[in-house]
Every structure is written in C-alpha cells, then in structure tokens.
Design a protein around this ligand. Structure first.
Ligand code: HEM
Length: 456
C-alpha cells in the first residue's frame, strides 16, 4: 500500500506499529523536509556537472558516504533530547530540471515531474512572479545550475570540513558555480530572527506527532498531511515508498536601512508615541519583533512566541490584511498552500539587529535571507503564495496592498492603516511602502529520495 500522503493525523514516526512502507519512506527521505534540521551555520553550493557518468558517480558517493535519512535525523533529535548526544551535520541535495537532463534523463522522462513550474525552471517564471530580469540577478544564478548541495550544522567547523571534502570530491568535469554562506541570528530571548529584527521561522506546517503534541491547538491546527511537502520520486526504484520534495531557493537581499526608515516614517505619520511606535513595523510584518501576533495584542507581550491564533476576529483594524504573516497564511483558508520554510539569514552585521539604533546605522544591502522552502507543488504553493497572495494588492479585500515585506510588482494603489489598534479610524490613504526586499537569483530544485541517489 502506498504511503498515505493525505492522512491528516500527524505521523508517529517512532511508533512500534508504523507500517513497512512508511518506514521505508523515512529511510529514503532526505532530512530537513518533514522536520527542520539544525542549520545555524550553512554552506550552500551550486554545481554544474557536464558529464553524465561523473555527475552520477559524484551524487552516488555523496548519498552513500555523507547523507543521512530523515529517520536517522529524527532519531538523533530524540537522542539529543534524552541524553544530550549531539547529532551529525545535515547534507541535502536538490537537482534542477537542467540537472536531471545533464544526468542523462531525457526530456520525455523529465515530464514525469508533475509540476510545470519545476519543468520550466525559475528563469522562465520571472514575469509570472514579478522577479527582476535575469540579467539583474547575481552571476551564479544567471548560469545553468544543475544541483544545490546544502550543508548545515550547529557549529561552523563541521560545515567547513564537510564543504571542503565535498568540493574536493567534485569530478574534473564539474564546476562549482558559486556558494552562499548562511548563519543564524538570534535575539536576546534566543529566538531566531531575520535581518529586519523580527522573530522568524515560528509558524510552520508540522507533520510529526511529537512536534504537534508540543503545540497548543485551540485556535490554529499546525498539523498538516505529508502531502503538503512530499511527492513520489518519479525516478526512484519504488515511487510508492520513495519520496522527494520540490525545493525553492531564492536569495533575497534586505535593505534594512530603508525598512527601518519606513517603520519610523509610518510611526511618525500615524502619530504613534512611545511603545506604540513598535506597532508601525508590526503592521508590515503582522507580528511584533518579539513574535507577538499583532492580531492578538497591541503591544509586544514577551514570553514564548505564540502561534495558536487566527485572524477571524480581526477586520483589519488590528493586523492589516497586507501584513506579511496574514498575506502568507490567512489561516481561515488556504491550508493546501502551506510549505515548509527552511531558509537561513546571510551576511555579516556589525550592529545589533534587535536594538533601537537609528536607520543610518543599518546596512542597506549585502544582507538578507537565503529563502528555502519544501513544497509538493511549486505552482500551488510557493508561486501561488508569492503571486496570488503577496503580489496581489486586492487579495482578501480590495485595495489592501501588496505584502510590504515580499510583495513584488508595481505598487500603484494607495492604502490606509488603522490609527488605533482595534478601532475603525484609519489614516488618510497614502502610497504603499517601498519594496525593501530584492530577489538576487535562485532556482527550483527537486530533493530526490536517497534511494534514487544511491542507485545512480
Ligand atoms: C513568516 C520575514 C520571505 C512566507 C514570516 C515571519 C517573518 C518573516 C518575520 C514571522 C515568523 C513566523 O511566523 O514564522 C520574512 C522576510 C522575508 C520573507 C524578512 C524576506 C527577506 C518570505 C517569502 C515567503 C514567506 C519569500 C513565501 C513566498 C512566509 C510564511 C510565513 C512567514 C508562509 C508564516 C506565516 C504563518 O504561518 O503565520 N516571514 N519572510 N516569507 N513567511 Fe516570511
């Protein structure tokens, strides 16, 4: 019986009664898809193969000597919780459509991937998601990328060591086209943050019973079926038991200085005073910097970051419809769009991202997010979220505006903001805030099953 991808019940992966097919799925699935792997330090390598046999042999060696399975990762997490045994580093692989062709799969075969967006590749989707023209992307991404190799760990040294071993093992015929280095950032409470200073990575679709069981679920159910991220791997020996996931990678540069100016100007324009000034940025993101959902509280509440909420009792007077977390997860519908975000921040900061330093002391470039997410449909998830929700000023309600964080495309309508939290009075219509996140390049990949890679 094939693995049930539609089952709404979270997977009790270590249950004695787990069926043989699901066990085989976990033994052949890459880590970091069903559950986030520690990746405080990351190296992301972009490779081009150029020789079928050598490319295949390289990936086979990588899979057999350096990659662990999802099940192995979950066991490591369990052992760490129980006895503080540290786990091993994460090595993940994604192959692009061009990569599959270069590994010897015919155009006919590549059509077995059901996702038309994957079969197009990111360069051909620029107009659809309003990305900058390919000529403006960084050089690495302008080229034809065949594979991405993700290396992550809690410490830097193991990442450096593995990265070197992997580069040394690349065949003569292959080219290392480029590399990104990611490094996690944390606020004083220890929560992971992004460069604008906001807690990030809190709200995720969860697939495993042990993760779901830790979450309060009175209002929002974080449990999602495996089908939100897994699809049968079309080239694996047994696609009913061997699965993979579509991986979107986008380098998103953040102009932190401009974002902080926008927060300041918005607070000034609305006449916000004292602690209430924090609400300006929260209206753009939908959460305060400490992660407090704006729909629940007018001020940062501190404490553990809450995720058990909906927007059902909010007509936009608390959290605007355009707020990033409201746009990308309206919560009352669209669960099928939910994808597993696994990004990491990049770039060095000399300032403290969470403090109150003035905008002039903030970086205006060279820092940002290596956005990565696992999907079962790039068309129905990542691209739908970016194009039909974030880039659409009329999504949910007419003229509410683009997503102020990630929206792309002409921002040609005017919008209003609530002047007082939860009260109907709004500001006079004003231009939408400027775009401060710029896509510098990326690609769509498929993270195949280990069974496929080991059999190359
Ligand atoms: C949540 C920032 C790019 C989709 C968040 C949160 C922050 C954030 C601060 C709140 C933390 C949380 O709820 O987990 C950013 C920044 C980005 C970026 C600074 C770019 C530099 C993207 C992109 C997408 C996206 C490109 C997808 C197209 C989401 C989703 C959530 C989220 C789905 C969770 C919403 C929820 O379930 O409540 N982001 N994000 N983000 N973001 Fe982004």
């Amino acid at each position: 019986m094939p693995v049930d991808l539609d089952n709404e019940r979270p997977l009790a992966w270590d249950s004695a009664s787990l069926d043989a097919d699901t066990k085989a799925m976990l033994d052949n699935l890459q880590p970091n898809i069903l559950r986030a792997h520690v990746r405080e330090h990351m190296s992301v390598l972009f490779v081009r193969f150029n020789d079928v046999a050598e490319g295949r042999a390289f990936l086979r060696r990588l899979a057999t000597t350096k990659m662990k399975s999802a099940r192995h990762h979950l066991e490591e997490v369990r052992d760490f919780a129980a006895c503080r045994w540290p786990g091993t580093p994460y090595v993940g692989v994604g192959i692009s459509k061009a990569g599959y062709r270069d590994l010897g799969h015919s155009a006919e075969e590549v059509r077995r991937f059901g996702d038309p967006v994957f079969r197009d590749g990111m360069k051909r989707r620029v107009a659809i998601v309003n990305d900058p023209p390919v000529e403006e992307w960084e050089r690495t991404y302008q080229r034809e990328i065949h594979a991405v190799i993700l290396i992550g760990d809690a410490e830097r040294a193991p990442v450096d060591r593995l990265r070197q071993e992997i580069i040394d093992d690349l065949p003569e015929s292959a080219r290392l086209l480029g590399e990104e280095r990611g490094q996690g950032m944390r606020n004083l409470a220890g929560d992971g943050i992004e460069h604008f200073g906001y807690v990030d990575g809190r709200s995720q679709p969860l697939f495993l019973a042990d993760e779901v069981d830790k979450e309060p679920r009175k209002h929002w159910d974080p449990a999602f079926p495996l089908g939100n991220v897994l699809v049968p791997d079309p080239f694996a020996p047994d696609p009913t038991r061997h699965h993979g996931s579509y991986l979107v990678f986008r380098k998103l540069e953040q102009n932190v200085r401009a974002f902080k100016e926008i927060e300041r100007d918005l607070a000034d324009g609305l006449g916000l005073q004292g602690a209430d000034r924090e609400r300006a940025g929260a209206m753009l993101v939908g959460r305060f910097k400490d992660g407090t959902p704006l729909t629940l509280k007018p001020r940062p509440a501190g404490g553990p970051v809450v995720n058990d909420f909906t927007f059902d009792a909010d007509d936009g007077s608390k959290c605007p419809f355009s707020g990033h977390v409201r746009k990308t997860n309206p919560r009352s519908f669209g669960r099928e769009v939910g994808m597993a975000r696994r990004g990491q921040t990049y770039g060095e900061r000399t300032d403290d991202p969470w403090d109150d330093s003035p905008p002039e002391e903030r970086p205006s470039g060279e820092v940002g997010l290596l956005f990565m997410a696992f999907n079962s449909s790039l068309l129905g998830q990542f691209e739908f979220m970016q194009q039909t929700w974030a880039n659409n000023p009329d999504f949910e309600m007419p003229a509410t505006g683009h997503d102020p964080v990630i929206g792309q495309g002409e921002r040609d309508i005017e919008v209003s903001f609530p002047k007082v939290w939860g009260k109907p009075e709004t500001s006079v219509p004003q231009s939408q805030v400027a775009q401060t996140v710029t896509m510098k390049g990326g690609e769509y990949f498929f993270a195949p099953s280990l069974a496929y890679l080991r059999n190359l």
